[in-house]
Design a protein around this ligand. Structure first.
Ligand code: F6P
Length: 538
């Protein structure tokens, strides 16, 4: 850990080794009120961590860790606007985009506010029909072209919240595989479709390739000389380059280098949410995140929700041996949450050295995965219940689960709670023997019915999948990710690891086009490239 003392580390190791011999359900017996004490709440979310293999003494040690590593001060540095993105010498001020004031950068708040006002004006002009496509028809659809942070956040929020109001249908295209765009365009009418080119750098190959193809599609329906710019919106730090695409200045929205791509859903990157669901829904999303910021800034570590999430992850990964973290939202509306969190957590904290180049002492972020319940129950939950791999989990349950069939919604909640309990209690050897006997198995073969249980996990109860609660949930994971980076001693706001693949793709593109490459490539790559060339010779 960045600054933790060897004594504290030893104490945590000791706590973990003694807890490993205990059962979580017995901890419930020994600590009265465990279910109500091991929880914290904020902004419509409750984190219940009573089902972790954790006791009061270990929890106190983790709180000491938060203190030694100055997590509250680190949060003040984030929202205050200090240069915490050290490798790039920038602040990381995504909190400011949702109205959390930065003491050091009032001018940035003004810029963000001015951009929000411009976004609102354009969104309202489009919804009212004042701004139309070039043949005068109202817009019915918007396609967000972006990837990574310029795609996953808006995709998650739109899919989670659609149905609140849907003045325009939103679509999301990220993959450079032409299939992604072609399938999206097929049912759409270019006369009534808006395209948002969403790229912080305005140099991402996937997005520019899709933008070029989408512009050609738009042009196919326009009269010569018509201003296609009426169908385009750009969101980028490179506003001048966007101008080269003939996008009128009032449709170019700035991003800033002080907002990381994967933290940017609160900026104009979220314009497709506002276009798809209405301005007030977008504002409510921001408000939920702001409330979570306020909670994080003003709450002591023992009741601080994202801090607890980070401490629990350190506990699970560094002391109890978990190397993956599974996120199980029991809400179809949150189906895209694991994808979003993969980028947020693994692009942020999948790093092996500190900004000063020092190797980190422990493992980096765990692999994050998951999917909306109950689908996984019929697939990978077998491994969760009986596999040999160690993991931690978040089971997310919206309490007010929306409208529609109450029986089905009750069944969904029952499955969520049942899985949580099954992960904790497992099935004892005795119960396995009894079950085996009923089926005619002997004692040895009955062992296949044993489930170890004791699988640590959190329940995250959300009041409902409302814009506010979703904003708070995303912000909670953002802050958890940041606190973990502080604990690990790494910079969560850069991503140097993704550059090499882009560089080599350039060399291989040349090989696929001409059969030659100036770069020295290995024989297996050359063979696969020539197989591809042969298959695409016509
Ligand atoms: O290559 C990784 C990455 O830079 C992500 O960090 C980012 O969210 C994504 O690509 C898209 O980048 P841009 O918004 O600049 O197109």
């Amino acid at each position: 850990m960045a600054a933790s003392t060897p004594a504290l580390h030893e104490a945590l190791l000791h706590a973990a080794s003694s807890l490993r011999t205990q059962r979580v359900e017995e901890l419930f017996d020994s600590t009265s009120e465990r279910a109500t004490r091991y929880r914290c709440s904020a902004a419509g979310l409750t984190l219940d961590f009573s089902k972790h293999l954790l006791d009061d003494s270990a929890w106190q040690r983790l709180l000491e860790l938060a203190d030694i590593e100055s997590l509250p001060e680190a949060f003040s540095a984030l929202v205050g606007g200090e240069l915490i993105n050290r490798s790039e010498q920038r602040p990381a001020l995504h909190t400011l985009l949702r109205g959390t004031a930065s003491s050091q950068h009032p001018e940035k708040s003004q810029e963000a506010q001015a951009t929000l006002t411009r976004m609102q004006d354009l969104v309202q002009a489009i919804h009212s029909g004042q701004s139309t496509g070039c043949t005068g028809k109202r817009f019915t659809d918007v396609i967000n072209l972006g990837i990574g942070g310029s795609d996953l956040g808006p995709r998650l929020a739109y899919d989670a919240l659609k149905g609140f109001d849907a003045p325009v249908q939103a679509h999301f295209v990220a993959n450079i595989d032409p299939e992604d765009l072609d399938r999206t365009l097929a049912p759409l009418n270019p006369e009534t479709t808006l395209v948002v080119i969403c790229s912080k750098s305005f140099s991402t190959e996937e997005t520019l390739s899709n933008a070029k193809r989408a512009s050609e599609w738009l042009r196919s329906a326009a009269q010569p000389g018509e201003a296609l710019g009426r169908h385009l919106i750009a969101v980028t730090t490179q506003v001048e380059q966007a101008g080269e695409w003939h996008i009128p200045p009032e449709r170019c929205f700035p991003l800033w280098d002080w907002v990381g791509g994967r933290y940017s859903v609160w900026s104009a990157v979220g314009i497709s949410i506002a276009l798809g669901l209405g301005w007030s829904t977008f504002q409510r999303l921001l408000e939920g995140a702001r409330r979570l910021d306020e909670h994080t800034a003003t709450t002591l570590p023992d009741a601080n929700l994202p801090m607890a999430m980070a401490l629990l992850e350190i506990w699970q990964t560094h002391y109890l041996g978990a190397n993956t973290h599974v996120v199980l939202p029991y809400a179809q509306k949150l189906a895209h949450l694991p994808d979003f969190l993969q980028q947020l957590t693994m692009e942020s904290n999948g790093k092996r050295v500190s900004p000063k180049g020092q190797p980190i002492e422990h493992d980096s972020a765990p692999v994050l995965w998951g999917s909306a319940g109950t689908i996984g129950q019929h697939s990978y939950y077998q491994l969760l219940h009986q596999g040999t791999r160690s993991f931690s989990a978040d089971i997310i349950i919206p309490l007010r689960s929306g409208k529609g069939d109450i029986k089905a919604r009750r069944a969904l909640a029952a499955h969520a709670l049942a899985q949580s309990r099954a992960l904790m209690v497992g099935r004892s050897a005795e119960d396995a023997r009894a079950l085996g006997a009923q089926r005619g198995f002997d004692e040895t073969t009955s062992r296949q019915f044993e489930l170890p249980g004791n699988r640590s996990h959190s329940l995250i109860l959300m009041s409902e999948v409302s814009p506010e609660c979703l904003g708070a949930l995303i912000a909670a994971y953002e802050h958890k990710t940041y606190f973990l980076a502080v604990l690990l001693g790494i910079n969560p706001f850069d991503q140097w690891g993704v550059e090499l693949g882009k560089e080599i793709a350039g060399q291989i593109r040349e090989l696929l086009a001409s059969g030659k490459s100036e770069a020295e490539l290995d024989p297996a790559t050359i063979a696969a490239a020539s197989a591809w060339r042969e298959a695409n010779a016509d």
